[in-house]
Design a protein around this ligand. Structure first.
Ligand SMILES: [Zn+2]
Length: 208
């Protein structure tokens, strides 16, 4: 499935969560955006290949990382004050421009390390784990660990900690629905997928 479809399904999942929780318009918009990001997230491993060619999915990964940069910027602005706020916003801007300028594969590794650094600096465990997730994704093959139950659990821990930190109920559910929707949409049962999903990595390489 292509990026636009994943984005749409994830955003729809976010809207469904907001609807079921009767969220206010601002929270609804946030869930739609977050669902879209989560719906694209498993394909962050698209750069795991040696190719530096910019494909459609590369463009989505770039957009995704730019979004993370904007989120870091907003998070720092809302949650912090004084110097820490400006440093946080600075990191957000650096991540945004990293995504815009560096060649694909390296870009992802560097961005992951930048997010790890931000996580350590702010002692935000969710950001540290997110950085580790991105860094690992920059080295593994496409449709491997990010497209597995292990990937869901890893992303779930990040989403859980993020919800606890931001304090808005529904963030975790939105992230999970978005992420899992991606893996289901990538399954071989659908005729538009040539390859399937290795749900049980590293225990089994069987594709479904
Ligand atoms: Zn995928």
């Amino acid at each position: 499935m292509n990026g636009t479809a994943h984005l749409t399904v994830g955003a729809a999942a976010g809207f469904a969560v907001a609807y079921s929780l009767q969220s206010d318009p601002t929270t609804t918009m946030m869930f739609v955006g977050l669902g879209g990001v989560a719906g694209l997230f498993p394909d962050i491993d698209s750069n795991g290949k040696l190719s530096n060619k910019i494909t459609v999915s590369h463009k989505f990964v770039r957009t995704l990382i730019q979004t993370i940069g904007i989120l870091i910027l907003l998070f720092s602005y809302i949650k912090y004050f004084d110097m820490t706020r400006w440093i946080g916003m600075g990191i957000g801007i650096v991540v945004f421009f990293l995504a815009t300028s560096i060649t694909q594969r390296l870009m992802l590794t560097v961005t992951g390390i930048a997010v790890i650094a931000a996580g350590i600096y702010f002692t935000e465990i969710w950001a540290l784990l997110l950085g580790i997730f991105i860094t690992i994704a920059s080295f593994i093959p496409h449709r491997s660990y990010t497209h597995s139950i292990l990937g869901i659990i890893f992303f779930g821990v990040i989403a859980y900690l993020f919800e606890a930190r931001v304090g808005i109920h529904g963030i975790f559910t939105t992230c999970m629905f978005g992420y899992i929707s991606h893996l289901i949409a990538d399954m071989k049962v659908f005729p538009f997928n040539k390859r399937g999903v290795k749900w049980f990595l590293p225990f089994s390489k069987k594709e479904f």
